[in-house]
Structure formats: structure tokens, C-alpha cells
Design a protein. Structure first.
Length: 351
């Protein structure tokens, strides 16, 4: 036995893979990749890296082999995912205001799995019915390999790493709804994850939006298959998607997001640029500030609005009753002091 043939377990694995039965197919391993450790004579016993390769041996009887095969890695293409967060509906009310009303300070967060940068909308304060209005744009540039259906990310594993490590992950977009808190950590309300290659189709009306749109929930409930579409083929989708939170391992519907998702190539993004949020260039489509109700504000930064829309709206009948009572007492006191002294004596029986 020769040492250059490799370890016995690797030779055994190669023999098994090369002698698979026909029904299993030999396409499972088209070429065997050899891995060899690299050493330096000046530092014996210390591995200096690895070399990966495969070796094809051709019998001389069949003549020279064909042309060499280009095996370099596929280069990713530039894409840009544009997401407009229009509204939220029926979001759970997670907080209780100082006046006892159920409410939530809603904002939406989104990112692409594998890419560290998350983007957030502004906050729709004091939502009393779970509705949030945003008109806010997320822009996610990414490197994508269509043949492998994966996003390519590069980052350093550690701060002392010299080179970036390349990873390939599925093109999954994640959107979450949160409740904003100023004096404590924000509260998580719900999430939805969608693979852009096979994502649930949106619905046009919030009343029809439910967890039945999500394939994972349908599998648990035993319902019929959901309609899945590829954003890379459709290019643009608009409608409502559900968000959920798991309670005791069971997903519960906690809100609905109205979004418009568009996927463009790098060249199309350069021809028709757009800005994040409502920044310039604000186009495709142009986003106006949302028309939020007058009650949507941060209470401690607007004392007048707090008195007008919170305190007065909640306790106005108590204030009106107190004012009437005070006026009645004042009128009674003035009446007593205004009548003649003798009348007062007779009224109270004083001799």
C-alpha cells in the first residue's frame, strides 16, 4: 500500500461512490475532489493550507482527451430589491396608554438574510386600531446567482481576518413588525419570511389576508397548497401579506403588511434610481408623506396635543361635570352673601 494513494477511509468512500448501483445513478458524484494538506519543510508538522483538485486519467488507447473544462465559479449578477411599505392593518395592540386605551407604536423592519444591514420605517405613534401608515421605501442591493438560486455575501469572519469569506444563502426577505418603546426595549409583534424564488402570492384586500397564504401554516393545518410565485419572474408584486408570532409553538396572526415589491437588475437600477425612505430621487413611485390621524404623535413631545387628543377626549365629561359643580358652588356662595342679613338669620333660625 502506498501512502500517496490517500487515507484508507477516503479510498473506500471513493470506491463506493464510483460503484453505485445503476438505479441510484452515478451523477451523485461526477468528479471526485481530492484534498491535500500543504506543508513547508522549514516548519514540519504545521499545516500551511489545503489544495483541492481532481485528477482525470485517460487511457492512451482512446487518444488525447478533449478540450479542458472551465470550472471557475459562476459570477453573481447585480440585482436590487425595492420594497415600498404602504400600510399595516390589524396589528395587535401591545401597550396600554396612560388613559387606559390599548395602542401600539408601530414600525416595520426588513432585511435580506445573509446581509447584515436592516432597514426600518419611521414610527406610526398611537395606533388605536392596528393600522399604520408609512409610504416608506426599502432598497436592498444584492449579488445573486440565478443558476444556483442563491445570494452571495462576503464578510470577514473576525476583525483580525485578512480575507473575506464568501457564503451563498437562499434569497430570503424578512419583514417584521415592532412596537416602539422609548424607555424600554422594543416589543416584537410579528414576522414573515419569504423566499423570493417561491414566495406566497399576496391578496388585494386585507380582509382576505390570513395565515393560509403561508406554505408552512398550510402544512401544519393540512389545508390545500398555496399559490407560490417567483419574484425573479414576476418582477413586481403588490398586496397584503400576513405577519405572525408563535405562541406555545403555534403561529398566531398578529397583523398584515401592505407592500409593493419590485426586483430590478443592476443596469435597470442605474437607469431608474430610487432613494430610500422618501429621499431623492423619490420616484417609481413617488412617495408622499402618509396621511396619519391627528392622534398619531409622541405624547411627551407634544403637551398641547396630549391634552387635546388624550386627556380631553378621555376625560372631557369629568372636566365638564367638575366645571358645572364649581360654578354651582360659586353661585350658591354669592347668593348667600348677597341676601340681607335678616333673611340669613331667618333662614338659619338665628335669634
Amino acid at each position: 500500500m502506498h501512502s500517496h494513494l490517500g487515507p484508507a477511509n477516503e479510498r473506500l468512500a471513493l470506491h463506493v461512490l464510483n460503484h453505485l448501483p445503476p438505479e441510484m445513478g452515478k451523477s451523485l458524484v461526477s468528479e471526485h475532489v481530492e484534498t491535500r494538506r500543504l506543508y513547508n519543510p522549514l516548519q514540519p508538522g504545521i499545516e500551511q493550507g489545503k489544495l483541492q483538485m481532481w485528477v482525470d486519467i485517460f487511457p492512451s488507447a482512446i487518444g488525447p482527451p478533449g478540450p479542458p473544462v472551465d470550472i471557475k465559479s459562476r459570477k453573481p449578477k447585480k440585482f436590487e430589491l425595492r420594497v415600498v411599505i404602504w400600510n399595516t392593518k390589524d396589528v395587535v395592540l401591545d401597550e396600554t396608554s396612560i388613559t387606559g386605551e390599548r395602542m401600539s407604536d408601530i414600525y416595520v423592519k426588513g432585511w435580506i438574510r445573509g446581509l447584515d444591514e436592516a432597514q426600518e420605517t419611521d414610527v406610526h405613534y398611537r395606533s388605536l386600531d392596528g393600522e399604520g401608515n408609512f409610504n416608506w421605501r426599502f432598497v436592498f442591493p444584492m449579488d445573486y446567482i440565478p443558476a444556483e438560486q442563491c445570494v452571495v455575501t462576503k464578510k470577514r469572519e473576525h476583525f483580525w481576518s485578512l480575507d473575506e469569506t464568501e457564503r451563498k444563502v437562499p434569497p430570503v426577505a424578512i419583514f417584521q413588525v415592532w412596537d416602539n418603546d422609548k424607555f424600554s426595549p422594543d416589543d416584537f409583534l410579528g414576522t414573515v419570511e419569504m423566499n423570493l424564488e417561491s414566495m406566497p402570492h399576496p391578496v388585494t384586500r386585507s380582509a382576505k389576508c390570513s395565515l393560509d397564504q403561508l406554505p408552512n401554516n398550510v402544512q401544519r393545518s393540512g389545508g390545500s397548497d398555496v399559490k407560490l410565485v417567483s419574484l425573479f419572474e414576476q418582477k413586481r408584486l403588490k398586496g397584503f401579506w400576513p405577519v405572525y408570532n408563535e405562541v406555545n409553538g403555534t403561529p398566531q396572526l398578529t397583523g398584515k403588511i401592505e407592500m409593493e415589491m419590485e426586483l430590478v437588475t443592476g443596469s435597470e437600477a442605474a437607469e431608474k434610481p430610487v432613494g430610500r425612505a422618501r429621499d431623492d430621487p423619490n420616484q417609481h413611485p413617488k412617495l408622499d408623506p402618509p396621511d396619519r390621524p391627528a392622534t398619531s404623535f409622541l405624547w411627551f413631545t407634544s403637551p398641547w396635543k396630549t391634552c387635546k387628543f388624550i386627556v380631553w377626549r378621555r376625560f372631557r365629561w369629568y372636566f365638564i361635570g367638575a366645571i358645572i359643580l364649581i360654578l354651582f358652588i360659586l353661585f350658591l356662595i354669592l347668593f348667600i352673601y348677597a341676601i340681607p342679613g335678616t333673611a340669613v338669620k331667618k333662614l338659619f333660625g338665628i335669634q
